[in-house]
Design a protein around this ligand. Structure first.
Ligand code: FMN
Length: 182
């Protein structure tokens, strides 16, 4: 365990347009405690985020939260995993140098033999370029809505959008990853 884990204060303030692209055969893996503190990450996680692996242990996962991500994504994530549902979603993450990378994230609860949640695990793969292209304006709109109406308003917008397209949230994510045009 490192002597000092990173905190949100260590996140870069200069956000840039430098994109890091994950290899198609790479998996970024991390585990958190029940509060979202990192308890494990693989080498690719450290490489992509640009922090020394040891300093990531104990850091809150929001260290790599990108300011252009709408809050609703994290609300859905936590609501689902706390109910022991699996979460899938497109996430833009912040690198230590102010750059970013896109992933399709899968997050699930880890249970003990009594079914209690003891930790969470996330596995991420490269997001499809056409999915990113389509999700970008939607996230931009959600962020804008959140600035004036909060996360309730962005939740409503997202679910109205899904209803209009006759899609469930998960189906929407999978279709995008498979290259569908929504
Ligand atoms: C297993 C797991 C993995 C997570 N991975 C990420 C991630 O890659 N990027 C991210 O921004 N948040 C991730 N989160 C969500 C963060 O815990 C946090 O809710 C989010 O960054 C928003 O933080 P904030 O509300 O403090 O701004 C993850 C949560 C869990 C449980």
């Amino acid at each position: 365990m490192s002597k000092s884990s990173l905190s949100k204060l260590d996140a870069p303030k200069n956000i840039t347009n430098r994109e890091k692209v994950l290899n198609a055969d790479d998996f970024i893996v991390s585990k958190t405690d029940t509060k979202g503190k990192i308890i494990y990450c693989n080498e690719i996680f450290a490489q992509m985020s640009g922090y020394p692996p040891a300093d990531l242990i104990g850091a809150n996962h929001n260290l790599i939260r990108h300011p252009e991500m709408p809050r609703i994504t994290y609300k859905l994530l936590w609501d689902m995993v706390q109910k022991k549902d699996e979460f899938f979603g497109f996430v833009k993450n912040l690198c230590a140098d102010g750059g970013y990378y896109w992933v399709l994230a899968y997050i699930t609860a880890d249970l003990d033999t009594n079914g209690n949640i003891i930790s969470y695990t996330s596995v991420r793969r490269k997001a499809n370029a056409s999915a990113i292209e389509q999700i970008l304006p939607i996230y931009k709109k959600l962020l804008e809505i959140e600035r004036s109406g909060g996360v309730e308003a962005s939740h409503k917008f997202l679910y109205d959008f899904l209803e209009e397209h006759n899609l469930g949230y998960r189906e929407f994510v999978f279709n995008l990853q498979l290259g569908a045009k929504i």
